[in-house]
Design a protein around this ligand. Structure first.
Ligand SMILES: *Cc1c(COP(=O)(O)O)cnc(C)c1O
Length: 423
């Protein structure tokens, strides 16, 4: 049996209906933007392995940092202890985060980063004896798959089975072009009730919804509305963080800064699972008390794992190099050129670009479901052609590693063009 066949015996894959899926390619090597399967077939990783890998697979600099750390101090519990890499990483984050962010809480993945933000918002008001128990979120949001994150997510087929077991979250329209007034009005009506602890959102781009984009100025207005009404704002930058939108964080495009931020995915350059929730001093102070019961009783066994911190430190250094910043600008310019070319195509409904993110929607007569027929046909076409892209319904998006070469990117564009022709 080959690896793909052995995999089928025991492995249960994410977001997968195993009855209708064939054998999965078994990847045995990665370098830069490329992956190879056990048969030697080459793939361009045009979505940076679910948006985690900006600096290329098997990156030597991050690997060295990890090796050094593993052979110096691989792990120590963060309850009751600290270590130099957590101190150094928090210090480094303070130099790149919005200035109002003052406290760092470590965890393991994007969903836990969101859970921590939500729990913190709810307990902040509980500690004050104020009843604010509900959360506001966008329609079609994606914030992860654990219970609080899932409750905040609006893509229904992810969460349908759990209705009734979830935190109370009320959804407002996404302020895409033409929907700004509706969205602002819905937010104003909700915050006026004083029942809400927080408003959570993916700033500027809703990733899992299919790279749905909206403008910074409307989000600025929404943050201002929340600030006026003591509703915390939580920017879920798990996808948008670390350069994807052309700036280090999507919130760098804003004048008004959120109270909390969730980071993961590209944090460690796609190496060690790790996440961070960041807070303003005001949030932290809501827990700072002589009463032990007012503390945040949340933690994970691997909180602030030193190896993860070392990987994150190396990743952030890489992100801040001129070379990587130039790569981000280069990809952005190439996306714009491709957009100009493809948007006139008769089968293309719309296109959008922000930073290194490119998305196009294919015209259809039917509503294409998330994992529907069109999506499957497109996905299989891309994989056959050695390009890893995961369309969402009729939406094809590209979010490449920053080190992708011009030639590799041209190949991705040409396969996308062929797919639009083929469909
Ligand atoms: C991926 C994602 C999450 C969940 O992160 P996991 O590490 O998969 O738990 C949360 N929020 C956003 C915006 C994401 O893109």
């Amino acid at each position: 049996m080959n690896l793909s066949e052995r995999d089928k015996l025991y492995n249960w894959h994410p977001y997968t209906q195993h009855k209708t899926i064939g054998l999965l390619p078994a990847i045995v090597k990665g370098e830069g933007a490329l992956l190879w399967d056990e048969n030697g077939k080459e793939y361009i990783d045009a979505i940076a392995s679910w948006w985690v890998n900006p600096f290329g697979h098997s990156n030597k600099i991050i690997a060295d940092a990890i090796y050094q750390q593993l052979t110096t101090l691989e792990h120590v519990l963060f309850g009751g202890f600290t270590h130099n890499k957590a101190v150094a990483l928090s210090e480094k984050l303070m130099t790149i985060l919005p200035k109002n962010q003052k406290k760092i809480f470590y965890s393991d993945n994007g969903s836990t980063a969101v859970e921590i933000a939500l729990k913190t918002a709810l307990q902040f008001f509980y500690n004050k004896g104020e009843k604010r128990t509900k959360i506001i979120a966008f329609e079609d949001a994606f914030h992860g798959d654990t219970f609080g994150a899932m409750a905040s997510s609006g893509i229904t087929f992810f969460t349908e089975a759990f209705k009734g077991s979830l935190l109370e979250v009320v959804r407002i329209p996404v302020p895409t072009a033409g929907n700004e007034a509706r969205s602002l009005k819905a937010l104003e009506d909700l915050v006026a009730t004083k029942e809400y602890a927080a408003f959570i959102f993916e700033p500027l781009v809703q990733g899992a919804a299919g790279m749905v984009m909206y403008e910074a100025n409307v989000l600025d207005k929404m943050i201002a509305i929340c600030q006026k009404n003591q509703v915390f704002t939580i920017a879920d930058e798990v996808m948008t963080g670390f350069g994807k939108t052309g700036k280090t964080f999507a919130t760098d495009h804003l004048a008004n800064k959120p109270d909390m931020m969730c980071l993961s995915k590209a944090l460690t350059g796609g190496t060690i699972p790790m996440a961070i929730t960041t807070f303003t001093q005001e949030v932290f102070d809501g827990f700072y008390n002589d009463d032990v019961n007012k503390a945040l009783f949340h933690g994970h066994t691997f909180t602030a794992n030193p190896t993860g911190c070392a990987a994150a430190l190396a990743s952030i250094d890489l992100l801040l190099t001129d070379e990587m910043q130039n790569n981000i600008a280069r990809i952005h310019a190439k996306h714009l050129a491709f957009e100009t070319k493809i948007k006139a195509h008769s089968k293309v409904k719309t296109t959008r670009v922000l930073g290194v993110i490119f998305a196009l929607e294919i015209k259809t007569d039917t509503t294409e479901s998330y994992y529907g027929n069109m999506r499957n046909k497109l996905y299989n076409f891309f994989i056959e052609n050695g390009v890893i892209l995961r369309p969402v319904g009729n939406i094809v998006y590209i979010l490449p590693p920053y080190i992708i070469s011009d030639d590799q990117l041209e190949k991705v564009y040409s396969i996308v063009e062929k797919a639009v022709e083929m469909i």
